[in-house]
Write a protein that binds this ligand. Structure first.
Ligand code: PLP
Length: 381
C-alpha cells in the first residue's frame, strides 16, 4: 500500500451525518457542510447524498460542491476576499446566500448582481467579539480578527441597503471559531444573535447562520467517534430566540468529517537522538499540517503486528522544518523500519490543507466502509 495516504471510513461518515441530521431536524435546523474541512470529491459526494447543503469559501469550492451534487439553492458562500469572478459564479449559479464580510464587498456584489439583472440574497457576517477560547489561529469572532462587519460599517450598510437593487438582505451570519468544546460559547453566541435580531426586527429578516465550530475528541476518538450533536443543537434550541419566521442554519465542518479519516504512514528510520528516540515516518507536515500549525495533538497507533516490547518515540516527518513533528514522547510498540502507523482524527483540515511542500507527492486517499477497516490488524488501540 502506498504511504503516506489518507484512509477514510465512509461508514462512520454516514453514521455521523445521520446523527447530525437526526439531532438538528426536530428543531427545523438547516445544515451546510463546510467544504474547507475536506473537499475530497468522494467525501463531498457522500455528504451531498445526505441532502444537506454546503458552505464554501472560494469559487472553486462552490464549483466542487455543485459537481459533487449539492443543490445550488443550499450553497452559501463566505470569505473576506472574494474576487469578482467568484462573486459572479455565485450569482450565476443562483446559490442560496452570499455571506458578506465588509461594506465595500456589499457594494461590489450589488453592482455585479445588478449588471446581470439579478437580486442576490445576502447575509452580513457580524463579529460578536466573543473569544471562543481555542487556538488563536482558529478563533475568528473577536474584534481583533479580520472577519465580519465592524459596527461602523454595519451602520453604513443598513443605511445604504434600501437603495441597492442587486442585493436583498435576508439575515446575519456568525462564526466564532473552530474546535469549540465549551458549550457556554455557543450559549453566548445565541444570546448575542438574539440581541441583533431584536435590534433589527424592523428589517423582516428570514435567515440566520450560526457558523460551525463544534469540536471533536482528539484524545479519545475511539470512545467518542461522533460529537455531541444533541447538546450542541439543544444549546441553540434553548437559547436562540430570533423569531419563528427566521430559518436557522449551521455550517459544521470538523464535527462531520474529523473522525472518519486517518493518515497512514510508514516508519522510514528509527533514529537514536541524544536523549530520545525518533521514529522518522514518511508522512510530513505537508500531508497533515495541524500539529505544526496549531500545535494540535492527534492520537497515533501502530497498525503493524504486535510486539510485546514498548518504547517511547518522537514521531517526526521528513520535511526540512523543526515543526515537522506529529507527536513527542509517544508510547508505541517497539518500532522497526517499515512498520505502519496511523494518525487518527485526520479527516478534517488534513487532506484539504495538504501541499506539495518540498516537492513531495500529492497525498493519495482510499476508502473503506468501516467493515473492511480491519483489513490491517489494528494492534495498539
Ligand atoms: C465561515 C466558516 N464556517 C464554518 C466553518 C467550519 O468550522 P468547523 O470545521 O469548526 O465546524 C469555518 C471554519 O473555520 C468557517 O470559517
Amino acid at each position: 500500500m502506498e504511504t503516506p495516504a489518507y484512509r477514510y471510513n465512509l461508514g462512520l461518515l454516514r453514521q455521523t451525518l445521520d446523527v447530525a441530521i437526526a439531532e438538528s431536524s426536530p428543531y427545523g435546523y438547516n445544515l451546510h457542510y463546510a467544504v474547507k474541512a475536506n473537499s475530497n470529491p468522494r467525501i463531498l459526494e457522500t455528504i451531498a447524498q445526505s441532502g444537506i447543503g454546503a458552505d464554501c469559501v472560494s469559487g472553486n469550492e462552490v464549483q466542487a460542491a455543485l459537481d459533487a451534487g449539492f443543490a445550488a439553492g443550499r450553497i452559501v458562500f463566505a470569505g473576506v476576499g472574494k474576487t469578482n469572478a467568484e462573486i459572479e459564479l455565485a450569482i450565476v449559479k443562483g446559490i442560496q446566500c452570499i455571506h458578506v464580510e465588509s461594506f465595500e464587498e456589499l457594494l461590489v456584489i450589488d453592482e455585479l448582481s445588478a449588471t446581470k439583472r439579478k437580486v442576490t440574497p445576502v447575509a452580513l457576517r457580524l463579529n460578536p467579539n466573543l473569544d471562543a477560547g481555542t487556538h488563536k489561529y482558529i478563533t475568528t469572532g473577536t474584534s481583533q480578527n479580520k472577519f465580519g462587519f465592524s459596527n461602523e460599517e454595519l451602520e453604513e450598510a443598513i443605511r445604504v441597503l434600501p437603495t441597492l437593487n442587486g442585493v436583498k438582505l435576508i439575515g446575519f451570519h456568525f462564526h466564532i471559531g473552530s474546535q469549540i468544546l465549551d458549550f457556554t460559547k455557543f450559549t453566548q453566541l445565541a444570546q448575542f444573535a438574539n440581541g441583533v435580531y431584536q435590534r433589527f426586527s424592523n428589517l423582516m429578516l428570514t435567515y440566520i447562520n450560526l457558523g460551525g465550530g463544534l469540536g471533536i475528541d482528539y484524545e479519545n476518538p475511539l470512545e467518542n467517534p461522533i460529537p455531541n450533536f444533541s447538546e450542541y443543537f439543544g444549546t441553540f434550541a434553548t437559547n436562540l430566540n430570533v423569531g419563528n419566521e427566521v430559518s436557522v442554519h449551521f455550517e459544521p465542518g470538523r464535527s462531520l468529517v474529523g473522525q472518519c479519516g486517518e493518515l497512514l504512514t510508514r516508519v522510514l528510520y528509527i533514529k537514536r537522538g541524544e536523549d530520545r528516540s525518533f521514529a522518522v515516518v514518511d508522512a510530513g507536515m505537508n500531508n497533515l499540517i495541524r500539529p505544526a500549525l496549531y500545535q494540535a495533538k492527534h492520537s497515533i497507533y501502530c497498525v503493524s503486528p504486535l510486539v510485546d516490547q514498548r518504547d517511547t518515540y518522537d514521531v517526526v516527518g521528513p520535511i526540512c522544518e523543526s515543526s515537522d513533528v506529529f507527536g513527542t514522547e509517544i508510547e508505541l510498540p517497539k518500532l522497526m523500519r517499515g512498520d505502519l502507523l496511523a494518525i487518527r482524527s485526520a479527516g478534517a483540515y488534513g487532506e484539504s490543507m495538504s501541499s506539495r511542500y518540498n516537492l513531495r507527492n500529492v497525498t493519495p486517499s482510499f476508502f473503506t466502509t468501516g467493515s473492511e477497516a480491519k483489513l490491517e490488524m489494528v494492534v495498539e488501540e
